[in-house]
Design a protein around this ligand. Sequence first.
Ligand code: SF4
Length: 215
Amino acid sequence: MVEDRLRITEIFHSLQGEARSVGWPTVFVRLTGCPLRCVWCDTEYSFHGGEWRETSSIVEEVKKYKTRHVCVTGGEPLAQRRCLDLLSRLCDEGFDVSLETSGALDVSAVDARVSRVVDVKAPGSGESARNLWSNLDVLGAHDQIKFVLADRADYDWALDVLDRRDLTSRCDVLFSPVAGKLAPRDLADWIIADGRQVRMQVQLHKLLWGNEPGR
Ligand code: SF4
């Protein structure tokens, strides 16, 4: 049934490289397509192509890996309407499910059992006009907000957003440097100097394997 299909770039088993479940063996389901074009995007290969798969076959493939953690990512997974059903079905199977999303599309209908990792696009991404600010109002302690920062101007912008919207009282806030553009140590020094209650992260999978697809 065409209605029950999603376009998938890849399904793979690796270690979670970011966010709260960093380090856990995780199955990643990468959906094809994204309406954004962040200048530093590292998954451009997911913009096009992919393979149509029935939701049930995706769930069955995930189950084969026998992991507890599943991450639905992209691209922008929510750009495919059936993603919401996939997320719920993965939760029904007992997985610990996270969703990585650009922050440009509405996350309010995502199953409450899913941990939503919502980007806030800083100006250095070239896509900050796409931020759907109302998303931040529906997030709770189970969710996470992620800023990927290209330079000091992005960092200062992010602090202003944190203060104006009181984000650190809402859920965990993650700050990541854009690989190859902002030195992780600089970002770490700024966070410590400012005494900010944000969680610095570097992408574990890139330290281990570089930027290979399927890792
Ligand atoms: S939202 Fe994500 S997948 Fe889409 S262009 Fe930006 S970084 Fe790439």
